[in-house]
Design a protein around this ligand. Sequence first.
Ligand code: UDX
Length: 441
Amino acid sequence: TAEVPRLTVIGTGYLGATHAICMAVLGFEVLGVDVDRERIARLASGEVPFFEPGLPELLTKALDSGRLRFTTSYEEVGEFGDVHFVCVGTPQLPGSDAADLSYVEAAIGSLAPHLRRRALVVGKSTVPVGTAQRLTGVLHDLAPAGTDVELAWNPEFLREGFAVDDTMRPDRLVFGVASDWAEERLRAAFKPVLDLGTPVVRTDLATAELVKVAANSFLATKISYINAMAEVCEAVGADVKDLADSLALDDRIGGKFLKPGLGFGGGCLPKDIRAFAHRAEEIGVGQAVSFLRQVDDINRRRRARTVDLVREVLGGDLAGRRIAVWGAAFKPNSDDIRDAPALDVARTMHGLGGDVRVHDPVALDNARRAAPELTYGDSAFDVARDADVVVLLTEWSDFREVRPEALAEVVKHKRIVDGRHALDAAQWRGAGWEYRALGRS
Ligand code: UDX
C-alpha cells in the first residue's frame, strides 16, 4: 500500500525523543508516549530534557506543525498508530553484566492489549540476541484475539552530539523482519530517509539484533586496540600519537575510533560489550567474544593510568594538591555522564585526597548531582586558579582553544596532563609547561 503510516514512539529518552521529533519533521504524524509524566509535559511544552545540538529547534518546528504530540496513555497509542517504535532503555543490571530488559517488556506488555487493528511493532532498543523472537510470542499472547500484529527489529546507531544527522541521514537502515508486509511497512515508515538513497539491509530478527552489538563491539575494540598500543609505548618511551597517525594513513585501518587516550564511556559502548559477552556465554559461545572482556579491561586500565600519571607529575602524592579537571561528560558535545571516564578519574583523585575542581561546558549540573562530593567551577580558568596541575579529560573545543600563556597567569604550577591528546604538545612545552599525555614520553 502507498498509505503513509501513523507512527508512535514508545519511550522518550535520548533515542525516542530524537526519533519522534525527526520523524515529525520529515512529515509523519507522530505520537510519543512515556510513563514519565514530567518528561512528557516538558517535551509537549517544547523543552528537550537533555543536551543535543539542533534538537530543540526541531522540536519547536515539529510541535508547530501539529504533527507531533505526546501522551502518557497507551490506549491512545494503540488507537493512533500503524507502526509503533519501541525506544526504551536497556541499561546494565546492577551487579551484573546483563542488560535489564524490564522496560522493553513493560512497553510491549502495556502496548499489546491496546492493539485493535493491524499494526507493526518495531524494536529499536539494543537487546540481547534472541529477545525479539521471545517478544514476538509475548506480543501475540497479549494482543486481543484476532488482531494482526507483527514484530520487527530496526537497530539504531545514532551518536550523541550527532543524533539529528544520524537519524535524518543514517549510513544504513537494518530491517529485521519476518515477512514482506513488515518490510513494506518499514519502508513506508522511513520513506523520506530511503529517498536519499540510504542503503537497506533486510534480514531476520536475530541478525538485526546482532548488528547493533557487533558494531559497538567493533568500535570499542578499535579504541582499546590503540590504547593497548599506548601501554606498550609507555613501557618503551615510544609515541602512541605518531603510531596512531601512521596506522590511520592505511585506509584499510582508517583513523576513526583510533584516537588513543582515556578510553570510552557513555550509555552504550561499555554496557553493550558487557551484555554481549554475557549473552554469548549464556548461549554457549562465550569463547567467541571473550576478547571483549579484555577490551573492557584495557579501557578501565586507562582510567587508572591517568590517575597514576597525575600522581607522577605531582611527585607521588595527590593529598591536598589542587587539581583542575577539565571535562565531566563522557565525550564533547554531550551532557551525558553515564560511565564517563572523566568523572570517574575525578572521583578517584578526590578519593586519594586531591582537592579536585571540575569544569564542564554543559554537563556541570548532571555531574553535580552524580558526584556532589566534588567541587565545581564555572569556567576552565576558574577551576585552574592556583592549580598544581591541570588535567584535560574531555576534549571540548573550549579547552582546546585555551592559550597556554593565558592559563599560565592563573595556575600555581605550569603542569598539564592531556588525557585525550587534544592539545598541541609542542605549543604547550614551548610556553614553558610540563606537558604529559598517556602513551607519550
Ligand atoms: C556509540 C556509537 O558510536 C553509536 O553508533 C551507538 O548508537 C551508541 O554508542 P556514543 O555513545 O554517542 O555512540 O559515543 P561515541 O561517539 O561512539 O563515543 C564513545 C566513546 O568512545 C566516548 O567516550 C569517546 O570519547 C570514546 N572514543 C571514541 C575514544 O576514546 N576514541 C576514539 O577514537 C573514539
